[in-house]
Design a protein around this ligand. Structure first.
Ligand code: RIB
Ligand code: CA
Length: 330
């Protein structure tokens, strides 16, 4: 009997999206039914090619990739190629995949797959344009979804592309507003900057990866993150890089890794608060809770999961080395 969790990953690869894909693809509990691509870190056509590069790396080109929305619902598209490189993978110039191609119609794939596969989990790691379009075309397509885990937004943490907005919700604020306003049958599990900022790939952790079994995976991670390291130092004087997206996968694999609370959340769409996730934590509006917001994360548990699954780090060695690797971030 297939006891694996069926998942769809909607993403905008993207350096940290690629790390999230690696974690999902290296986790036996998960069956990645398909990967859908949205414009965000890079245009969707580039993101699709990057998803194929990750699939080729782990010999999983059997998993289909679908290209979705090239533009946000209403605002002009603004990428994050200043952070992720023109190629969306840190200008690593990893060769194009020629043995497989992405398909079109990501939105149709999402709708049809969710209808045909009850209890599928949806993970959204980019702007919510594809998800919004699927719900606009078929408002009931999430009726049988098991979980909906979203990297996006922030509660008390400051924004990363404005004082108040996180990139995924800023890039397509109308899509985010629409998705959060749909009274979905399940809560939106919001993995926001409050917790993802504590997941930092440091030079020390990267150096440890070099000594693990999966050398080809290490080389890929090293290649795609150097650009990201330089950006984080230049803009935030952080040595290393925040890797947001993999926490969504880790949280799916082990929900004890992070904790939060339920609340009503709405997304601002214009002006200086464009993309802000407004959390009604004092219930001013007396509206139903639509979101579970994560506020605490166990960094050690995350890195243990990531390093053992993706780099095949040896459990006993890792237990000894992890305290040396991690600086506890306040
Ligand atoms: O704000 C961080 C998020 O925006 C991450 O998902 C990153 O990949 C970008 O999509
Ligand atoms: Ca992303």
């Amino acid at each position: 009997m297939n006891t694996k969790k069926n998942i769809i990953i909607d993403c905008d690869p993207g350096i940290d999206d690629s790390l999230a894909l690696l974690l999902a693809l290296q986790s036996e509990e998960l069956n990645v039914i398909g990967i859908t691509i949205v414009s965000g870190n890079a245009p969707a056509s580039i993101g699709a090619q990057n998803a194929l590069k990750v699939l080729e790396l782990v010999d999983r080109l059997d998993i289909p990739v679908y290209i979705g929305a090239e533009e946000p619902l209403e605002v002009p598209f603004v990428s994050a190629q200043d952070t992720h490189g023109e190629d969306g993978l840190g200008d690593s110039q990893i060769p194009f995949v020629t043995s497989s191609q992405a398909k079109a119609n990501a939105v149709s794939f999402i709708k049809d797959t969710l209808k045909q596969n009850p209890e599928t989990t949806v993970l959204a790691l980019g702007p919510l344009t594809n998800i919004a379009l699927a719900l606009k075309e078929d408002p009931d397509c999430f009726a049988k979804v098991s979980r909906f885990i979203v990297m996006g937004g922030s509660y008390l943490s400051h924004g990363n592309c404005s004082p108040v907005a996180e990139f995924n919700f800023w890039c397509d604020p109308d899509a985010a507003k629409f998705v959060f306003s749909q009274n979905l049958p399940i809560p939106i599990e919001m993995v926001g900057l409050d917790v993802t900022r504590k997941i930092v790939l440091t030079p020390t952790v990267l150096e440890y990866m070099k000594h693990t079994q999966n050398k080809n995976i290490y080389r890929f991670i090293q290649q795609i993150t150097q650009f990201y390291f330089d950006f984080h130092w230049a803009h935030e004087k952080v040595l290393g890089c925040v890797i947001n997206d993999p926490l969504t996968i880790a949280y799916l694999l082990d929900s004890t890794i992070a904790q939060g609370f339920d609340s009503h959340v709405e997304i601002a769409t214009s002006g200086i608060s464009r993309g802000q996730s407004i959390v009604d934590d004092h219930d001013f509006w007396q509206l139903p809770n639509n979101c579970h917001i994560l506020t605490n994360v166990d960094q050690t548990a995350f890195w243990h999961l990531f390093l053992t699954r993706v780099l095949k780090a040896e459990e006993n060695e890792l237990s000894q080395v992890l305290p040396q690797l991690l600086e506890v971030r306040a």
